[in-house]
Design a protein around this ligand. Structure first.
Ligand SMILES: [Fe+2]
Ligand SMILES: [Fe+2]
Length: 191
């Protein structure tokens, strides 16, 4: 796997397919962090932190602006999703700041998991379905390239030998990942 969240053949998938695959991977990583220890736990936590930064930034840059203008009550739907994302980001930031060894990490991880997964369910139910109905399929397929660009800039499990810039990014705070991902998406979607 070279990119956060999605493996292998993603050709032909649309932007919603890729975000749904990331939702599934995020859920899997929450389970792994909660149920493992040692290096496996740390690696899964690092991947989760990076994937959440990649995923929410991709949604904020690509999908939410499109939904705002093209689905029924788009502004209300998107504003509600952004409020959920802000709340989850605060929980995530506190967890990252205090580290995986904090005594109440598991309790707060569980709180973050609930917030993130409930948010993802609402996106799928109230935003993604409507977006697919409102936008031409070829446009949604074209926008998948921007999500791939976001994943490429912050791979969660880099291969040996290609990790220098990535390693620095992964060691940095989520905000560094967010900045790099945002720039990559803007480059990929520039006309
Ligand atoms: Fe989101
Ligand atoms: Fe999402």
């Amino acid at each position: 796997m070279t990119a956060a969240g999605t493996d292998g053949a993603t050709e032909g998938m649309d932007v919603v397919d890729l975000l749904l695959a990331q939702h599934a991977r995020i859920e899997e990583l929450f389970r792994t962090v909660a149920s493992s220890d040692g290096t496996a736990r740390r690696d899964a936590w690092q991947e989760l932190v990076t994937l959440l930064a990649v995923h929410e930034t991709a949604e904020e840059e690509i999908v939410h602006p499109l939904a705002r203008g093209s689905i029924d009550a788009g502004n209300d739907v998107v504003d509600a999703r952004l409020a959920e994302e802000r709340q989850a980001k605060e929980l995530l930031k506190d967890l990252v700041d205090d580290g995986i060894d904090a005594p109440d990490f598991d309790v707060r991880l569980s709180r973050l998991k609930t917030a993130v997964l409930e948010h993802a369910t609402r996106e799928e139910r109230y935003e993604f379905v409507q977006l697919r109905a409102a936008q031409p399929a070829r446009r949604l397929v074209a926008l998948a390239a921007a999500v791939r660009a976001a994943e490429a800039v912050a791979p969660t499990r880099p291969h040996p030998g290609v990790e220098s810039a990535t390693a620095n990014l992964l060691l940095g705070p989520p905000v560094a990942v967010v900045d790099a991902v945002r720039n990559a998406i803007r480059d990929a979607t520039r006309d």
